[in-house]
Design a protein around this ligand. Structure first.
Ligand SMILES: [Fe+2]
Ligand SMILES: [Fe+2]
Length: 322
């Protein structure tokens, strides 16, 4: 498969499993297309044409023009300069590696991370939080993320990829949307006596099994094994990065009892305690690996020749359906 084809298929999957309606995403893209038409000569060089077709600001090709072969992949949750060197070393030893599939964003995908966060408004709406409430508390959090990332050394990984001639693409919210859908369907929709039963159910999913066997199991960070569950949601799985801690109060008002998450900030945990919301931290790496696997299953259907080297937190588990 070619890199551009791979990435376009990935964006389609992100949209298919997005918490928002497809129509709503199309409207958003249309706005950028209109904006592009009206640009002044002075503004043209600064406009990001990517935004006219790809709704995921934290997903993009960070090295390559798209025409590169992208069939034998090195896949990792975090791929930075050390992993780029590892790819180069493995190539030197004779391994066939066309390029890198990265989960956590790098380069411009990282620079624009906060722009994907409004997805959280619609995600919370699915569990009953009014959109006006989540929007009001999300904005200041987005500004904070923007300022924090703005000071980073953003393009070192993409430069390493360029120097070593390694085509690379970041797929972040795309695969997080997929793992969110998976958790909603396979964990949240079922009935549980207590929190302990949820932990056991999560641990039976192969990615979580493997991580649990290595000492990184799903854990309860608020509540206990015997706690009642109430309304169970997976609202902390997609949307760029952690939302504002005020979301926990909003979720409590919307009747949420237990939240599944990949990772929780200390401030959010404090808020969850204040509002009596139970939290299960499901293993960050196992969760990200699961999302990547769901995407790669679809890619392999399109091109059965594809191969994947597991690295940097990623473990490959194949599924026919889910
Ligand atoms: Fe993720
Ligand atoms: Fe992650």
């Amino acid at each position: 498969m070619k890199l551009q084809k791979f990435f376009e298929a990935a964006v389609d999957l992100g949209i298919q499993y997005d918490p928002r309606e497809k129509k709503q995403i199309e409207k958003m893209l249309k706005k950028f297309q209109e904006k592009e038409k009206k640009l002044s000569e002075k503004e043209k060089p600064y406009f990001d044409a990517e935004r006219t077709w790809n709704p995921y600001s934290d997903c993009r090709i960070i090295n390559g023009d798209g025409s590169e072969e992208f069939t034998h992949l090195f896949v990792g949750v975090d791929i930075e300069t050390p992993e780029m060197l590892l790819i180069d070393r493995l190539r030197e030893k004779g391994q066939k590696i066309d390029g890198a599939l990265i989960h956590h964003p790098e380069g411009r995908a990282l620079a624009d991370l906060e722009k994907v966060m409004p997805l959280q408004i619609d995600l919370l709406a699915t569990v009953g939080v009014p959109v006006n409430q989540s929007e009001a508390v999300l904005r200041p959090r987005m500004d904070k993320i923007w300022r924090a990332i703005h000071a980073d050394n953003l393009f070192r990984v993409e430069r390493a990829a360029e120097l070593l001639d390694i085509p690379a693409v970041c797929c972040h919210t795309i695969t997080d949307n997929m793992v969110w859908s998976f958790m909603e369907k396979h964990i949240c929709k079922k009935e549980y006596e207590d929190m302990g039963e949820i932990l056991d159910a999560i641990r039976e999913i192969p990615e979580y099994t493997m991580y649990a066997q290595k000492g990184n199991p799903p854990i309860i960070v608020n509540g206990s094994r015997g706690s009642r569950v109430g309304k169970l949601v997976a609202t902390e799985f997609t949307g760029g990065t952690n939302g504002p801690e005020e979301f926990f109060e909003a979720k409590a008002r919307a009747g949420v009892g237990t939240v599944l998450s990949m990772h929780v900030t200390e401030k959010s945990l404090e808020e969850a305690k204040k509002h009596h919301i139970n939290i299960i931290q499901c293993s960050h790496m196992a969760s990200d690996a699961l999302g990547i696997n769901l995407m790669l299953d679809e890619m392999q259907k399109k091109d059965p020749k594809m191969t994947f080297i597991e690295a940097s937190g990623f473990i490959r588990v194949k599924r026919k359906t889910w």
